[in-house]
Design a protein around this ligand. Structure first.
Ligand SMILES: [Zn+2]
Length: 124
């Protein structure tokens, strides 16, 4: 990696040297092209194994050819949710709906405390 950095620096200095020299620039460009051609033909396998892509493939396996990304689920905003009902509240709601049956006389609509039978007995 360090050698790559050094190479880049060398390139930059080289470019800055021939920056204002059109002839030198074309000469350098041709030189680079020539070098590139020779390297790409002779050292193809070497450069391929060193590329980050192949290193990645060696590490995690081949990348999928088809990438399918589904759209995200519809976000649920703070206010649109139904209020959470606790166990106690739920039991209370259920009890409200049921018609109470008196444990004293067995009739519906009242309980033992308001039972007419009991009050009758008391008064008797
Ligand atoms: Zn009763």
């Amino acid at each position: 990696m360090k050698s790559v950095h050094r190479m880049m620096r060398e390139f930059h200095t080289l470019i800055s040297i021939v920056e204002n020299d059109a002839e030198g620039m074309t000469e350098l460009l041709n030189m680079i092209r020539q070098r590139k051609d020779t390297y790409s033909t002779t050292k193809k396998t070497v450069s391929n194994t060193d590329s980050s892509e192949s290193r990645f493939e060696r590490f995690v396996g081949k990348a999928p050819t088809e990438i399918r990304i589904n759209p995200p689920k519809q976000a649920q905003t703070k206010g649109c949710r139904k209020r959470h009902i606790g166990a106690k509240e739920e039991a209370m709601e259920k009890a409200k709906k049921q018609v109470r049956e008196c444990t004293k006389c067995g009739q519906k609509g009242h309980n033992i405390r308001t039972c007419k039978e009991l009050s009758k007995n008391k008064t008797e």
